[in-house]
Ligand binder design. Structure first.
Ligand code: SAH
Ligand code: F3S
Length: 448
């Protein structure tokens, strides 16, 4: 029996792509393995969003190649965003790489493997018009939630971002297909569904039927999906601030099973920097949206992405970002140091704008410190309450399991004698707060 091993880097889209590839391989009779040494096929599903992505991927592939010395039949495939970008170059650079599969060709992994077995070195990159999407062939067994792509690619042109190149232009899936897939996942037993897209709230019904009036948008999708029987939690990432309409806010307010948690990347607290990033909104507009959301939905938790050291970011610009973080009090912040990406507009900014590395490092540390204190205080406020927790698996702390509250906090709890099932809902009481999580105790299992 042949076994495959997939290493996944990056965002939820990559996670789902790995589940899709695993599903297709299992349909062909291969089995997954967690042990690299046992694998007959290794796939690296790479991420190119930050830092020395290509370099990191090539060095990992180099490590895999060494395994070929002892195992001649071992096959190595390069997948994901770096693979999409590098394409033929990867086959040139690594003589014993077996195939390259880009983000737009995930659905072809089975046939690529077949061709590879016939001795061909396969290059499958680019974005086909019609992409096969067999959602029943997705391997979700290890997942605690069902992820559903509703919109792929991105049409925005944030000047720092490589995603439009690696994931291609925006493509929306038809509503009927999306609902069909969600129903399939609910049938399968998932309690939580997560809708995915780079700008998830930019979803629109593709080619709406003639005479159907207004095009259906993301607010309509939420309103229909939230009513599906058996759906306990509906979440979505990532929302683009400018595309968040009042109708969407009302949908979030109306449906209790839409999680009171939103990831709303702001990137910077300075209007000058936002303009140079091409984000299309101001700090004031962002704060206005936050206010309307919080007024509409009590207990709403927010998280965000921030970039420090964007070219031309002054000390004052950075201070505005710190101010914004203190004003909004996010539940979680993902902060990154700017890293120049190939074929983006920002790499053409003058070299004199470059923020020195040490300065960017300091700013990042300062931001982390500011945010840690806020997070700790927010988590302290939750101590002593009861929460329904969706169990995500084992905690790194021995003998403990972990889960996510509706507002997306991580809570650990001592595992009962018969551990709670991954993907089930349990009730916990929180006892202690940390910076990034809480400790609790199990009150009841099988709730929901
Ligand atoms: N639409 C997606 C964006 C994917 S990139 C989303 O909002 O999730 C995820 C995050 O990575 C971005 O929000 C941004 O904060 C960060 N990022 C993207 N390009 C970057 C770069 N060149 N340097 C540093 N961080 C970057
Ligand atoms: Fe990237 Fe901006 Fe799209 S951050 S994914 S270009 S919304």
């Amino acid at each position: 029996m042949e076994r495959f091993y997939i290493e996944t880097w990056g965002c939820q889209m990559n996670e789902l792509d790995s589940q899709r590839m695993a599903g297709q391989l299992m349909q062909q009779g291969l089995l997954p393995t967690r042990a690299l040494e046992e694998a007959d096929l290794i796939l690296l599903n790479s991420c190119s969003v930050r830092e020395k992505a290509a370099q990191k991927a090539y060095s990992r592939l180099g490590e895999y190649r060494l395994l070929k010395r002892d195992r001649e039949s071992l096959r190595i495939g390069f997948c994901g965003c770096v693979a999409q970008q590098e394409g033929e170059e990867a086959l040139r650079r690594i003589p014993d790489l077996d195939f390259v599969v880009g983000t737009g060709r995930v659905g072809e992994i089975g046939s690529v493997l077949g061709r590879s077995r016939n001795g061909e070195r396969v290059l499958a990159v680019g974005f086909p018009e019609e992409r096969p999407y067999d959602f029943e062939a997705i391997s979700r067994d290890t997942a605690h939630k069902g992820m559903v792509t509703i919109i792929e690619g991105c049409n925005k042109r944030c000047t720092f971002c490589v995603v439009p190149n690696t994931r291609g232009p925006e493509r929306c899936r038809p509503l009927a297909d999306i609902l069909h897939e969600i129903e399939h996942l609910l049938d399968y037993g998932f309690l939580e569904i997560e809708l995915l897209g780079q700008t998830v709230n930019h979803w629109r019904e593709p080619a709406p039927p003639l005479g159907s009036g207004r095009d259906r948008d993301f607010a309509d999708l939420l309103n229909v999906a939230a009513l599906l029987p058996g759906l306990k939690r509906l979440r979505f990432v990532t929302s683009y601030p400018r595309d968040f309409t009042d109708r969407m806010i009302r949908a979030v307010a109306r449906h209790a099973n839409i999680s009171p948690y939103l990831h709303l990347p702001v990137q910077s607290g300075s209007n000058r920097v936002l303009r140079r990033m091409g984000r299309g909104y101001t700090v004031e507009e962002y704060l206005g949206l936050v206010d309307r959301l919080r007024a509409a939905r009590a207990g709403l938790a927010l998280s965000t992405d921030l970039i420090v050291g964007f070219p031309g970011e002054s000390e004052e610009d950075f201070q505005r970002t710190v101010d914004l973080v203190e004003t909004v009090r996010f539940a979680t912040v993902f902060a990154f140091k700017y890293s120049p990406r190939p074929n983006t507009a920002a790499i053409r900014l003058p070299a004199s704008d470059e923020v020195p590395r040490e300065v960017a490092d300091q700013r990042l540390q300062h931001l982390f410190k500011t945010q840690s204190a806020i997070q700790r205080a927010l988590n302290e406020e939750l101590v002593g309450s009861e929460f329904d927790l969706l169990v995500t698996g084992w905690s790194r702390r021995a003998g403990h399991q972990s889960g996510r509250t509706d507002c997306h906090r991580i809570v650990h709890f001592p595992a009962p004698e018969r551990p709670a099932e991954t993907g089930s809902l349990v009730r916990v009481r929180t006892l202690q707060a940390y910076d990034h999580s809480l400790m609790g105790e199990l009150v009841a299992r099988g709730v929901g």
